[in-house]
Ligand binder design. Structure first.
Ligand code: ADP
Ligand code: MG
Length: 285
């Protein structure tokens, strides 16, 4: 029996991340604070190049913030750990292993084995729709299937926090929609905390319990929006939902403002040198 409490709360306290020093210092994350709530699916959305993947690396513990801290259930995050797993946009499947072997690789390398693991792996492989492809190698799977295998591979470890960095980027629209529905079902049937990073507003609204709208570069929190749409969700329902469309309009207008700032270059040097510039909307006004 697994007695570990599932899920967890990730707290980001006033973190900044700069690369280089002195005159060459470049601030990528600029005094961000937010909470990734226990058992919820939080979606972080922001323009491309705004610093989201940098934030992901800080949350995962791959890198340390320059100032501020990241806490998991009150404990400071200082290094990568199996309690915070990341699914990247690039495939990380081992090409020489079958779907099944890829899925059980993590637990097996932790010393887990036996019928319980086999059953859990098979159940997950079924849930992501790869039952027929259990013995296939990654190069025999389509792009969408590979992403589903990766979801199964991450979920088998039952991490407190799942962090997904644009995992469906680059898939064609139909495959992407299918993936979003598979992923929503996985989340709805799990008790883990999820942080999903995207630039796609429809994906964000469909998936999110909470939406973190981020600024343009350097990364700051612009707004938090609760998405109180019933679950289980279907893509078709969301398209027709007035609530969803209203939320989308609100989110889009904020994102549009942020995108325009990077487009017109108003972020340029103004905040790079010791100027946190919280009142972003005034810049360039
Ligand atoms: P996003 O994931 O939102 O597209 P990233 O976090 O990948 O954004 O990167 C945002 C910007 O941060 C990059 O364009 C780059 O200018 C800067 N950046 C990221 N990592 C580094 C680094 N190691 N050194 C210097 N600059 C970096
Ligand atoms: Mg990125």
């Amino acid at each position: 029996m697994n007695t570990r409490r599932k899920g967890g709360t990730l707290e980001v306290r006033d973190i900044s991340k700069s690369y280089g020093s002195g005159r060459f210092a470049k601030t990528v994350v600029d005094r961000c604070s937010f909470t990734v709530e226990d058992n919820k699916l939080t979606v972080m959305i922001g323009p491309s190049g705004s610093g989201k993947s940098t934030m992901m690396r800080l949350l995962a513990g791959f890198e340390q913030p320059t100032t501020g801290s990241v806490l998991l259930d009150g404990q400071k995050v200082t290094k990568p750990s199996r309690d915070r797993l990341v699914v990247f946009q690039e495939t990380a499947l081992y090409p020489w292993m079958t779907t099944y072997k890829n899925v059980v690789f993590g637990p097996e390398s932790q010393g887990r084995a036996g019928t319980k693991l086999e059953k859990a792996a098979d159940a997950l492989i079924e849930r992501v729709g790869l039952g027929q492809f259990r013995k296939s190698y990654p190069n025999q799977l389509s792009g969408g299937m590979q992403r589903r295998a990766e979801l199964a591979r991450a979920l088998i470890n039952d991490p407190a926090i799942m962090i997904l960095d644009e995992p469906f980027r680059g898939l064609d629209a139909m495959t992407k929609g299918l993936m979003q529905e598979y992923y929503a079902r996985l989340f709805e049937n799990s008790e883990n905390t999820h942080l999903f990073i995207t630039t796609d507003i429809d994906e964000a609204i469909f998936l999110a319990d909470r939406l973190l709208i981020m600024s343009n570069f350097p990364l700051r929190l612009r707004e938090v929006i609760d998405v109180n749409l019933p679950r289980p969700r279907k893509l078709a329902d969301i398209v027709e939902s007035d609530v969803a469309n209203q939320l989308k309009a609100t989110a889009l207008s904020l994102l549009h403002e942020e995108a325009m700032k990077s487009f017109t270059g108003t972020h340029s040097m103004s905040r790079i040198n010791n100027n946190p510039g919280r009142e972003d909307s005034k810049i360039g006004a």
